[in-house]
Structure formats: C-alpha cells, structure tokens
Design a protein around this ligand. Structure first.
Ligand code: HEM
Length: 330
C-alpha cells in the first residue's frame, strides 16, 4: 500500500477498554463512534508459513500496542485498530482448534435478482481515528506485513453530515446502545474459549445514486422504511414489506452492531457504503442477509438492493487482546 494513499482517517472510541471485562480487554468497536473518516486494509497473506507466522505474531503485538498507545495518548478520542482473521487464514496460521464456532468462509447468498457475493482477504484492519492517527496506524501495519502480505483493498470512509449514508438517510439509528453493545457485539458463554471475540462481516456496496436520486423523497423513504429528514420510522401499516428495515429487523433478540461508513469518488462515480457489522453470532447477520437477498417471504427482496450492489463480502473473526497476546507467543 503506498503510504501516500492514506491521507484521511477517523476518530472513534472506547471507554470500555477501561472497564472490567469477562475475558481481557474488549475491542474498541464497542464504543459508539463519532468519527469522521476511517480506513480499511485487507491483506492477503503469502504462503511461506514460517515468515508468515513470525510476522503474524508481531502484528498481533502491534495491534495491542496501537490500541494501548491510543488509549494512553488520546483517552477520550476513540481511535482504534481492529484486526479480523478469515477462516482460511486461521487454518493457515495454525491458530487454535476448534475454531470459533461460527467462523466459516462466507458462501454467496443467491437470490432471484441479487447476490451477496463472497470475496477473499486474510486479514482485515478497521482503523478509526483522526487523519494523522489513521495514517500512522495504516503505515505501521502495512510496513509490518510487507514481507508476507499484499493489500487487496483499501477504503477511506468519512462521516457524512449527521451520520447519514451517502443515500441521504441516517444510518445507525437502531444500533444497540450501552451494555447491549457487548451483548450483541461479543461472543458470549455459548463459545467460552472465544468469549469476548466478535464476528466481523463486511461488504463493499456501490450505489446507483443516479437512479436513487430520480425517485421522489416519498419513494426513497419507502425503500428504507424511515422518513428522510427526521429519521422517524414509518408506521407498520405504511412501511412496505420490501423496505430495508422491514427485512433487516429480525427480532429484538437478534441484533448486530453496524459501523457503516460512506465513501465516494466523484470523478469515477464510485459512491458507496462500506457495510461493517460486528456480532456475537454470524447466524444473526446471515438471517438478515437471507431476508435481504432471498426475501421474506421468498422473492420479496430488499428494495435497497435495486440501488446498491455488493462488490465484496467476507467474514472475519476478531480476537480479544488476550487472544492476540496468546497468538503472538505461540
Ligand atoms: C447498502 C448498504 C446498506 C445501507 C446504505 C444501509 C442503510 C441503513 C439505514 C439508512 C437504516 C435505517 C437507520 C438505522 O436504523 O440504522 C438501516 C437499518 C438497518 N440495517 Fe442497513 N444498510 C445497508 C446494508 C445492511 C446490511 C447488509 C444489513 C445486514 C446484514 C443491514 C442491517 C440493518 C439493520 C439490522 C437495521 C436496523 C433495522 C431495524 O431494526 O429498524 N443493513 N440500514
């Protein structure tokens, strides 16, 4: 990754890293973000296992170090570096078995009209902080991985107005708050070995903004299921069954933490949403994806997909800092 490419980044954060936790320190994505911009680096590992394992151990230590350092230097600002590991990479790195119960290679979800595609990438770094911080983190991580990995994707997101997606609707309203973030975002007692870790699912969506903007505001609201200006949910008797929120609300027991970020390049007309979800179980995310792509009932797909196409889709597991510490010394 050319260092010069990382000019902008984020600012988020974490008070929870200072609280008592069931198993080591939680990752900082649990903190509700207030960031402006963020960076994503996806890394594809090379095949020389000795070099790879060595480097990976150092990267685990580096991730802990980056978070500790951000915590000490800017305690209230919310910087973070979250690393996710994909199923194939987990095996190749000889990380502990059995694996996290729901870690798998994401398999495409094929609906009648739209498909949730799958894509590769061994490691995923979600960096949040201000521009300087993100630049430094991206540079350091990238340098550390240089001997064994190449960057396959890098997205720079930004906060768009009052937390709106590039489609103009507020994104994140129904996210869990406070203690609920740990309940829905972290693996619990069902998988004690991996308690405190998290499933991270990401998709890069490109929007057909021209088509979406041709709809009247009322029609756009029927696509999402909420009113655009005031972000109020439509009453059930008005909300269409194929609206985005009608299909992704799969019940109060099944929630995820979304940390979507808009991105855009005016000259190439590539405007999108980098969908980022952290969850205690991947099956919850899958339920939502099935509803969106296959439809509920079958065929009643999410109308948002008529204006948004996923170009990637990958599942990762985010270890706790204690797990990273173990990986670095094993
Ligand atoms: C193009 C990509 C996407 C965009 C632009 C988008 C945008 C939005 C917006 C504007 C809302 C309403 C406000 C809110 O509660 O956040 C929303 C809600 C939601 N979205 Fe998405 N979303 C996208 C993809 C997804 C995907 C792939 C999933 C699940 C796998 C998902 C899950 C949800 C959930 C669970 C809610 C809250 C539903 C509720 O309980 O009301 N979204 N999204």
């Amino acid at each position: 990754m050319p260092a010069a490419a990382v000019k902008r980044i984020v600012q988020v954060f974490n008070h929870l890293t200072r609280c008592k936790r069931p198993q080591g320190r939680f990752n900082r994505f649990l903190i509700k973000d207030r960031e402006k911009i963020f960076g994503i680096l996806k890394k594809q590992l090379s095949l020389n296992i000795i070099d790879v394992k060595d480097t990976f151990g150092r990267i685990c230590k580096l991730v802990i170090n980056l978070n500790n350092s951000a915590d000490a230097r800017f305690p209230d600002s919310g910087e973070s570096c979250v690393m996710g590991i994909r199923y194939d990479a987990w095996l190749r790195l000889h990380l502990p078995v059995p694996l996290p119960k729901e870690l798998e290679n994401f398999v495409p979800i094929v609906g009648k009209k739209h498909t949730a595609v799958c894509s590769k990438g061994d490691l995923h770094f979600h960096l949040r902080g201000d521009s300087s911080m993100c630049y430094d983190m991206a540079h350091t991580v990238s340098d550390g991985l240089k001997p064994v990995a190449i960057s396959t994707e890098e997205i720079h997101g930004f906060r768009y107005w009052d937390a709106r997606s590039i489609l103009g609707f507020v994104d994140g309203t129904e996210n869990p708050h406070e203690q609920e973030r740990a309940i829905f975002g972290l693996v619990g007692n069902d998988d004690p070995v991996y308690k405190g870790g998290s499933y991270l699912f990401v998709q890069k969506y490109i929007h057909d903004l021209n088509a979406f903007e041709k709809l009247s505001t009322e029609e756009q609201e029927r696509v999402i299921g909420r009113y655009k200006m005031n972000d109020i949910e439509m009453p059930d008797n008005i909300k269409p069954s194929n609206s985005h929120i009608a299909l992704t609300n799969v019940g109060d027991e099944f929630k995820i933490i979304r940390d979507n970020m808009p991105f855009g390049n005016i000259s190439t007309n590539e405007m999108g949403t980098y969908f980022i979800a952290y969850a205690s179980t991947f099956s919850t995310v899958k339920k939502m994806l099935n509803n969106m792509f296959i439809g509920s009932p079958k065929g009643n797909h999410d109308r948002l997909l008529d204006f948004s196409t996923p170009k990637t889709g990958t599942l990762f597991f985010v270890p706790t800092f204690d797990m990273l510490d173990d990986f670095s010394s094993s």
